[in-house]
Design a protein around this ligand. Structure first.
Ligand SMILES: Nc1ncnc2c1ncn2[C@@H]1O[C@H](COP(=O)(O)OP(=O)(O)OP(=O)(O)O)[C@@H](O)[C@H]1O
Ligand SMILES: [Mg+2]
Length: 252
C-alpha cells in the first residue's frame, strides 16, 4: 500500500480547474518532485493534501490507508503530514528551540509535555544543523536558516510525509548541497517520505527518485528524471511548442 494516495482530486476556481482529476501515489520513504510550468497547479495540489484548500471533488485522499478527506489542517498534521513553506512564518519573539517546540506540541499523538516538546525540538534543531542557533531569536535567522527552522518545526511533529513548496529557491550552491543532503537523511534516518514542488532542476535531478510533471492541472508525466525530461509532452509543456527531435525539457 502506498503511503499517500489520491484519486480524482479536483479543485476549480471560478469554474476553471487548477487541479483536474489528479491521481497520485507516494510510496513510503519516496522522494517525489512535483514540477511543471507556472500556474500548473502544483501548489494547489499540495494544499489540497495538507487541508489548506478543500477539493471541489475527490474520490479519495488517504495516508497509510486512512482517509483524510474533509479533515482540517491541524488534524491532517496530526495524522502525519508536515508542511514546509518557502517563507516560513516566524513568531518574532521566540527562540529557535521554542518555535520548533510548537511544532512538536502540534504534531502527531501522543502530545508531548512542554518539557518533552523542548527535548524533541532540540533533537530536530540538531538534526537540521541549527544547534548553534537554538537559543537565538528566530528574527535573527538568514533565509537558509529560516528554511531549516521550518523543516525542524515540521520534523518535530513526527511526520510520515513532508510536503515542501519551492524550499530550495534562492539558496547558494553550498546551501543547496546541504539542503539536498538533509532531505536524503530525512528519508534514510527518519523514514520520512517527501512530496516536494521545485523549480531548481539541479536539486530535482540530484534528489528525486520520481518526477511528476503537471501542466494545466493534470499530471502529464511520471517517472525517473532522465525519462521525464525527454518526454515529448513535457518538452511541449515547458517550451510551449511541439517537441522537435531530441529535446530536453529541463535544460540541464
Ligand atoms: N486562491 C486562488 N483563487 C483563484 N485562482 C487560484 C487560486 N490559487 C491558485 N489559483 C489559480 O490556479 C492555477 C494553479 O495555481 P498554482 O499556484 O497551484 O500553480 P503552481 O503550479 O504552484 O505555479 P507556480 O509554479 O507559479 O508556483 C493558476 O491558474 C492560479 O492562478
Ligand atoms: Mg506554486
Amino acid at each position: 500500500m502506498p503511503l499517500l494516495s489520491l484519486r480524482g482530486m479536483t479543485k476549480r476556481f471560478g469554474g476553471l480547474p487548477a487541479v483536474d482529476a489528479v491521481d497520485l501515489d507516494v510510496e513510503h520513504q519516496g522522494i517525489v518532485a512535483l514540477i511543471g510550468p507556472n500556474g500548473a497547479g502544483k501548489s494547489t495540489l499540495l494544499s489540497l493534501v495538507s487541508g489548506g484548500q478543500r477539493p471541489t471533488h475527490s474520490r479519495s485522499l488517504t495516508l497509510d490507508g486512512r482517509s483524510l478527506l474533509g479533515l482540517a489542517p491541524n488534524r491532517i498534521r496530526r495524522a502525519g503530514i508536515g508542511t514546509v513553506t518557502q517563507t516560513p512564518s516566524r513568531f518574532a519573539s521566540l527562540t529557535v528551540r521554542e518555535e520548533v517546540a510548537i511544532g512538536a506540541r502540534f504534531g502527531t499523538a501522543p502530545r508531548p509535555t512542554m518539557a518533552g516538546a523542548l527535548q524533541e525540538a532540540d533533537e530536530a534543531v540538531e538534526f537540521v544543523g541549527l544547534a548553534a542557533r537554538a537559543r537565538d531569536p528566530v528574527s535573527t535567522l538568514t533565509l537558509h536558516e529560516a528554511r531549516l527552522l521550518g523543516l525542524a518545526r515540521a520534523l518535530a511533529g513526527r511526520p510520515q510525509l513532508l510536503l515542501a513548496d519551492e524550499v530550495m529557491a534562492g539558496l547558494t550552491t553550498g546551501e543547496l548541497d546541504q539542503a539536498i543532503a538533509l532531505f536524503r537523511r530525512l528519508r534514510d534516518e527518519k523514514q520520512i517520505a517527501v512530496l516536494w514542488v521545485e523549480h531548481v532542476m539541479s536539486a530535482v535531478e540530484a534528489l528525486a527518485d520520481r518526477v511528476v510533471v503537471m501542466d494545466v492541472g493534470r499530471i502529464i508525466a511520471d517517472g525517473p528524471a532522465n525519462e521525464v525530461r525527454r518526454d515529448p509532452s513535457v518538452v511541449t509543456a515547458y517550451l510551449g511548442v511541439p517537441a522537435g527531435g531530441g529535446g530536453d525539457a529541463l535544460g540541464s
